[in-house]
Design a protein around this ligand. Structure first.
Ligand code: ATP
Length: 513
């Protein structure tokens, strides 16, 4: 069972399938690329993640309300948002391996490698000197300065090529950096072409161009087009936010990392409408708040970091990612964007309807600025699953696989296990289950030896197991086993609820933020 970093991810993926968390979509037909189904345990974990986000947004902020907009939207929405013209990724193929890549990601890979080299130099030097000054070191060490110069140069060329939609310049950059396809090992690349990521379909019975509509590539636009509806009917005063959880669809060029990059996925987005000029204050506010929300899960503060965007999207005046240390390294988990008044202004232009707010304090109308927080639900799922997956060697020499999922997110909170299938133990266990099931998601199981049953609960992350034995019938006590410590305690049935309640409570988790 010994796991290297490299095959940890593979183990997580097969564990997710084996224990009913995630299945390949339509598997009996060999699956559908980058589309996944959530199984009985996955659906519960996902719902708990949604609850954690939704409650944080709409219960802990009295100026944020939630909506649920349709996936289909009027096609002009996507013209106004810029998606029809600019939601493209630069695509490149290797002629030998026939594999397709995103050219910008290949180039960013080179930057990442240079950054790793810098970090290695820094680590080496930090070990050598006592009063190590990082800032001084990176600005004076010849090798590091050279790496940094190269990074800046590549970044500048990438940024200019992307901004000017110059695919020939992108190709030149791929050639100049001598990027090699990891599969074929060759530099035999096609030209770089732009590829629009939106899926389209037809609405109605006549399939002509006028009826072409899109599956939304982000949930945000459903919020923008409802901005005035919500503001007016909810009598909302700026600053205020609108939150939404829902499906989004992107025809991703490269989608090879399990649920990290899917073609159908779910987003949890919140648009915060503010007075023009105040957006940077709120941008900083949400950056900090969102990181705290992630950290409260207890997956390790070191697993998160900010990544500021150098190449800003056409609508943004500031943007950063919260990255998580996934099995394949630090990657974007959430985006925080200051989107200016771009979207509302553009919808005003295309719809001909005023989308302005009357500020009674200032006695003026204006189009609000927007700060957006956007987190992928499936990426959240992967961050929790991957970091809670542990292969442990126990004192008695045996091994176990346990999902140390934060208890409030666990699919089941408690398993109720009669020691034997006779002597009235199942009946007593059912009685206990009937007592607890209104407060906690319970799982009942009477098959197999108790040790095996404990292992199965460990594997799906159940924080507590309650065992009902013959003594239970005599004195109304049970043993309660803790998933993480594996310690067992004998407690009175009447105390079980209190013992479990605090650690699995969503409210207690929210209080930690
Ligand atoms: P990336 O750079 O990884 O493609 P992005 O910057 O395009 O992501 P956004 O448009 O900012 O992503 O979307 C917000 C969030 O939605 C991301 O932080 C991510 O968590 C999630 N997300 C985006 N694309 C996907 C996808 N294809 N599969 C799963 N989650 C996604």
């Amino acid at each position: 069972m010994a796991t290297t970093e490299d095959n940890l991810f593979k183990n997580v993926i097969s564990h997710a399938k084996e224990y009913g968390f995630i299945f390949p979509s339509s598997e009996i037909y060999d699956g559908l690329s980058a589309v996944y189904d959530y199984g009985q345990n996955g659906a519960e974990l996902k719902n708990n993640l949604k609850e954690y986000w939704w409650k944080f947004m709409t219960l802990l902020h009295d100026n944020i309300v939630g909506i649920d907009a349709a996936i289909f939207m009027h096609p002009t929405t996507w013209k106004a948002s810029g998606h029809v013209d600019a939601f493209n990724d630069p695509m490149i193929d290797n002629k030998d391996s026939k594999k397709r890549y995103r050219a910008d990601q290949l180039i960013e890979g080179v930057i990442e490698k240079l950054e790793e080299k810098i970090e290695k130099e820094v680590e080496k030097a930090a070990k050598r000197f006592d009063n190590f000054d990082r800032t001084m070191f990176v600005s004076t060490n010849a090798r590091v300065v050279e790496y940094q110069k190269k990074i800046d140069e590549i970044n500048e060329r990438l940024k200019t090529a992307m901004a000017n939609n110059n695919m020939a310049a992108m190709k030149q950059l791929v050639d100049d950096l001598e990027i090699v396809d990891p599969i074929s090992g060759t530099k035999n690349w096609t030209d770089v072409r732009q590829f629009n990521l939106m899926f389209s379909t037809e609405m109605g019975s006549v399939a002509d161009d006028a009826n072409k509509i899109y599956l939304r590539p982000e949930t945000a636009q459903g919020i923008f087009v409802n901005f005035l509806n919500v503001q007016k009917t909810g009598r909302m005063k700026i600053p205020f936010g609108i939150a939404q959880i829902g499906k989004a669809f992107r025809n991703e060029i490269v989608a090879r990392q399990f649920i990290f990059r899917m073609r159908e996925f779910e987003q949890m987005e919140m648009q915060f409408f503010v007075k023009p000029g105040e957006e940077m204050k709120w941008y900083e506010y949400w950056k900090e708040k969102r990181l705290k929300w992630h950290q409260a899960l207890g997956l390790g503060h070191d697993n998160y970091r900010y990544h500021d965007h150098l190449n800003l999207a056409h609508y943004a005046n500031a943007a950063c990612d919260i990255q998580f240390n996934f099995p394949m390294g630090f990657r974007e988990l959430e985006g925080i964007h200051s989107r200016t008044d771009f979207d509302l202004k553009s919808h005003e232009k295309y719809s001909g309807k005023k989308l302005q707010y009357f500020d009674s304090e200032d006695n003026q109308n204006y189009i609000p600025y927007v700060v957006e927080t956007s987190v992928g639900l499936d990426r959240m799922f992967l961050s929790v699953l991957a970091s809670s997956y542990k292969e442990e060697k126990l004192e008695d020499g045996s091994e176990r696989v346990v999902l140390k999922i934060p208890a409030p997110l666990a699919p089941n909170k408690v398993a109720i296990l009669p020691l034997m299938k006779k002597d009235g133990l199942p009946e007593k266990a059912t009685e206990i289950m009937n007592l607890l099931k209104f407060d906690f998601r319970c799982f009942y199981e009477e098959k197999d030896a108790i040790g095996k049953r404990y292992r199965r609960q460990d594997a799906i992350g159940t924080p507590y197991c309650i065992t009902v034995d013959h003594q239970t019938l005599q004195d109304n006590t049970v043993t309660i086993r803790n998933r993480d410590t594996m310690k067992q305690e004998r407690v009175a049935i009447q105390d079980v609820k209190t013992i479990i309640a605090e650690s699995v409570s969503m409210a207690e988790l929210l209080k930690k933020i």
